[in-house]
Write a protein that binds this ligand. Sequence first.
Ligand SMILES: [Zn+2]
Length: 212
Amino acid sequence: MSLLPDHLTDRYRRFRFRHYAPNQDRYEELAERGQAPDVMVVSCCDSRVDPETIFSAMPGELFVVRNVANLVPPFETTGRYHGVSAALEFAALNLRVRHIIVMGHSSCGGIRACLEHDAARQTEAQFISNWMTLLDGAREAVNQENTGGSVGDLTSALEREGVKTSLANLRTFPCIQILESKGRVALYGTHFDIASGALSVLNEGTGKFVEV
Ligand SMILES: [Zn+2]
């Protein structure tokens, strides 16, 4: 029995031949000097929304945190395990990234679970339903603003509202507040449409997402 599924071993060998070999110098330099990305991306675990692919990134260029529905929890110090907060702290204080991008996307299962939260809580999906309570406030706002809207309308609206919530939560971190006020880090909200490939960017002045 192979230790890895055969198709993954094959894909890895293809990577070594087609990607690693032509870029070996770059990998060796990154290993020797360490990473120095100037962009952090918070994106969803969704397999269809890969930041490195979307931004045509090379190794060492993007510091990526992925979780269900691309959420940033608010700053707090009472809990025990804070994976997103630890990554954010490392990116802001150690790597000194200049840009932090929150990337939402269409057809997000986490967002859908949030909208159907009552059903989700009746199942064994306890981790997702608890995680998605981070968007309870956003969901209430979206439901009020889209009374009578279809599930598709609500999902689409909450995908974007969730990005705004994560940006607001980013700004609850003291280090982000200080760095942003000094102009040393900039925050961006984006939304990727899987079917069309369109990337939209939030204009925080108008609250609207504008296609790039
Ligand atoms: Zn998602």
